[in-house]
Structures are given as C-alpha cells and as structure tokens.
Write a protein that binds this ligand. Structure first.
Ligand code: CMX
Length: 466
C-alpha cells in the first residue's frame, strides 16, 4: 500500500471510529430502557450461572414445622432483584431507602416528588435514569394507552356495585387479547426472546392502566367519561387528569403514592402471586391480574379501604371527641370483637413502615391541620401501646395502608372502595420489572413441596429418631 493510500485509509478508519464512538455516546445518553436492559442480560445470566455453580449446594435457611403451618413466614426461597425488606429499616429499592429515592430519582419541572417511571427504570436495571430518559419512558408508556373496544364495553356493562378491584382484575385479564408475549409464544418464539415480548406487554399494560383505573372510577362514581393520555405529561399527571383531579398537589401526591406503593420485595401476596403465575409463562396480563386478585384481600391491599371505613366509624362513634381515652376504647372494642386494627401490623416489618412516614411527611408539609390527619396522628400515639398490651401482633406499628386513605380524602377522592385500585396501578410498577427479569434469566416454573399433616407427623417422628 502506498504511503498516501495508507494515510488516507487510516484517516477514514479514524473518522469512522470517531463517528461510531460519538454515535455510541449519543446512543448512550439517548439509550432507551429496553436497550439498557438488553445490554445487561448476558452478564446477569453469567452472574447467576457462576453463583449457582459455586454455591448451589450451600444451605441458606432451615425450615421449621411452624413455618410450614404459619404461611411460610420468613423462609428464604425466592429471588427478587428490585427490592429487599429489612424488618427494622424497611424497604430498599436496589439499595436505596425511600428518603434516598425521593431525593435521587429524577423529578419533572416544578415537582418535589420522584416519578414512578424513574423507579421502574431503577427496579429493572439497578441504575438511576436521567430526567431525559425518564421523559422518553413516560412518553413511550403514554403512547400505549389505547384500550380495545371489548374492554371498554365490558367495563361499561359491569354492575356499578361490583367492587372496583374485581373490575380492575377483569379488565387486565380481558387485555390478554393484546398480549404480544402470548402471540409470540404461540408462534414458537425462541425462549431467549421471551423477555423482549414481556417487556413490550409490561409497558403496554402500564400505559393502559391509567385509562382502565379512571374508567372504573368515573363509571362507578362519576359520569363515566374519560379523556385520553397526553404524551407530554408524566404518568401521575395523566392518571390524575383522567380521574378528574387537576390540582398540582394531588398530582404530587400521586407521584409519591405510586412510587412508594410499587414494590415491597417478592414474598407479599401480590408480588409473589404475579411471579408464581408468571413462572408458568402465562402472559404479563394474566400474571398481573392474578397478583391484583391477591392485592384485593383485606389483609393486604384492601386494608387501605378498611382503614378509612374503620376511621369513619370511629369518628361517628366518638362524635368529634378525639381524646386518647375515647380512641383507646374504640381500639379495644375492635380487638375484643375479634377483628384486626386495619393499617397496623406487618408480616415482615417490626417498626413503623417508612412508607407510612413518607406519607406523614407529605401531610405535614401540605395540610398539617387537617382533621383526619390529626386523628391518624393521635392513633399513631395510642394504637401501638394498645396492640402491645393486647400482646398478639408481632408488630404494633402502622403500615402503608394506615395513612394513604386520608391523603386522598383531603383532595376530595373520598370513594374508599376505589383506593386499592390505585395501589394496584402502583404495584404494576414493582412486579412487572421482576417478571421481565425472570423471563430474561430463564427462571423456572415455581413448584415448592407440600405435605399432608399425616406426612409431616411421620417426618417429625423420623427426624426425632435420628
Ligand atoms: N390487629 C389485631 N391483631 C393483629 C393485628 C392487628 N393489626 N396484626 C396482627 N394481629 C394478630 C394476628 O391476627 C395474629 O392473631 P392470631 O394468632 O389470633 O392468628 C397475631 O396477631 C400474630 O400475627 P402477626 O404474626 O403479628 O402478623 P401476620 O404476619 O400473621 O399478619 C398482617 C400480618 C399484616 C396480615 C396483620 O398484621 C394484619 O392483619 N394487619 C391488619 C391488616 C392490615 O393492615 N393489612 C395491610 C398490611 C400491608 C399490606 O399488605 O398492604
């Protein structure tokens, strides 16, 4: 090669290398969530493979008979990448506490609260996105909001007194018709690509949930009319507007609400059910609907409705007399009638739920003198002492559901049977990232072992004789 040719070809190579490098860095700053996650998959698969190979036979836990009969409490037997719950400290999302994510996750202009789209990115990738990336994600999600006619018609035909959670679960189930995963699976797609279709379904689902939730809200309690998503709005602003709430503070509340209600590690009923059903390769629609059915139980997500109804009965009974003595009596009456104090206790936590504290912080900032906030605050002083004296619950402190209802009441969203629907929308942000991860790493179908009491007795005898 002549000198001139060599110089020219080096120059061309350098220029094209420079161009591809600059493209790569531009690509990086504009990198979509799907690109980012796709890039991480090979190393995640390798990490799990090596870890299992090296430590696969390590005994990580022992299980007692009490645990087998006691709702499997505390048994370490699931993998959940997005969050870990510590009994004393509370939830950490990919290592970050709630106060940390409130500070670190991107915020849209004029807002002090993080957006749940940012948390979704963090839960899926372990990285905090830029504001630009979050905005692109909000836009992408909002562009997927259209509902098929049969879902709209079904919702319009449901009886108004059917619980909003049943309506939500039915609508999500009926959206199975839209599942890209189910279609691809039927066409025999390679299992390596399952995650990609699960990702698409997950974003589609997130996009459709605000319309579904608002349709349910407006069908049951208002005029049945719902607008459309605005691709320039963030998720919480869209959801609030669709429901008919345009107050900026309410939108702020929704940003906080959706973010902190999203994920609470994998063992809770809604997260575990979504994961379990998803492990059979049911589509994200059917998997999430199953999780929502679990969330609808009064000991889980529906506790937010129970709290409000219980508080209103209290208010009626004490007739404005919010002294500690009258509240204490009401608490004992509830306990003595064989019911639980809704919004108190937790299967894992042994301290006040940080999600309760975040909502308390919001109330203190926005409406410290609100009557129901004062009532909830007095309860916080009285109920733990009563529950400790009662001596049954392992955790006498308030959980997330203890506070959420009165925040919504303040802004005029008074229909408490709708509250768990908002929890359900939020939960989608927490459970869908894990479903995508499960499909990317090829998580197996879940199948723990059960025994009959007779077999357990035999097992205990055998162990005793050893
Ligand atoms: N009021 C009265 N008794 C309570 C209680 C409460 N808030 N919380 C627990 N207990 C009782 C239990 O019913 C149980 O009684 P039994 O021995 O008679 O069965 C005993 O205390 C021990 O229960 P635990 O080990 O402390 O709690 P669990 O892990 O079994 O249950 C939970 C956890 C959340 C279901 C329970 O604390 C409860 O029922 N709380 C009220 C409902 C509620 O707020 N649920 C929302 C939780 C958060 C969420 O998932 O959204």
């Amino acid at each position: 090669m002549s000198q001139t040719l060599l110089v020219r070809s080096t120059k061309i190579r350098t220029t094209s290398l420079y161009r591809s490098l600059s493209l790569a860095s531009r690509h990086y700053s504009n990198q979509t969530l799907k690109d980012k996650f796709s890039e991480q998959i090979p190393s995640k698969i390798e990490e799990i493979k090596t870890f299992k190979k090296e430590y696969g036979k390590t005994v990580i836990d022992k299980v007692t008979l009490e645990q087998a009969y006691g709702g499997m409490r505390g048994i370490k037997s699931m993998v959940w990448e997005g969050s870990v719950l510590d009994p004393e400290e509370g939830i950490r999302f990919r290592g970050y506490t709630i106060p940390e994510i409130r500070k670190l996750l991107p915020k849209v202009e004029g807002s002090a609260e993080p957006v749940p789209e940012g948390l979704f990115w963090l839960l899926l990738t372990g990285e905090i996105p830029s504001l630009e990336q979050v905005k692109a994600l909000s836009n992408d999600i909002a562009s997927r909001s259209e509902l098929p006619d049969h879902v709209v018609q079904m919702l319009d035909n449901l009886p108004r007194d059917l619980h909003p959670m049943a309506q939500l679960s039915m609508a999500v189930t009926a959206l199975e018709s839209e599942s890209k995963f189910a279609k691809a699976y039927a066409q025999g797609v390679n299992k390596k690509d399952y995650w990609s279709y699960t990702f698409e379904d997950s974003l589609d689902l997130l996009g459709k949930l605000p319309i579904i939730a608002s349709k349910i809200y407006r069908n049951v309690f208002k005029d049945g009319r719902v607008g459309t998503m605005d691709t320039n709005f963030d998720y919480s602003k869209n959801l609030s507007h669709l429901m008919g709430y345009t107050n900026n503070d309410f939108i702020e509340l929704m940003r906080l609400y959706l973010t902190i209600h999203s994920d609470h590690e994998g063992g809770n009923v809604s997260a575990h059910t979504t994961h379990l059903v998803g492990s059979s390769l049911a589509s994200p629609y059917l998997s999430l609907a199953a999780g929502l059915n679990g969330l609808a139980g009064p000991l889980h997500g529906r506790a937010n409705q129970e709290v409000l109804e219980w508080l209103f009965k209290l208010r009626e009974e004490v007739n404005g007399d919010y002294t500690k003595e009258t509240i204490e009596k009401y608490l004992w009456d509830t306990l003595n009638s064989g019911r639980v104090i809704p919004g108190y206790g937790h299967a894992v936590l042994r301290k006040t739920d940080p999600r309760y504290m975040a909502q308390r912080d919001f109330a203190q900032k926005h409406f410290p003198d609100y009557e129901l906030f004062k009532l909830v605050s007095t309860l916080y002083e009285v109920a733990p002492k009563v529950l400790m004296k009662h001596g049954k619950t392992k955790n006498p402190w308030p959980n997330v559901d203890s506070h959420s209802g009165i925040l919504l009441q303040y802004y005029g969203l008074t229909e408490s049977s709708f509250y768990t629907v908002l929890f359900g929308v939020a939960r989608a942000f927490g459970v869908l990232p894990q479903l995508i991860i499960d499909r990317a790493v090829g998580a197996p179908i879940e199948r723990p072992k059960s025994l009959s009491t007779e077999k357990y007795k035999a097992l205990v005898r055998t162990i005793g004789n050893q």
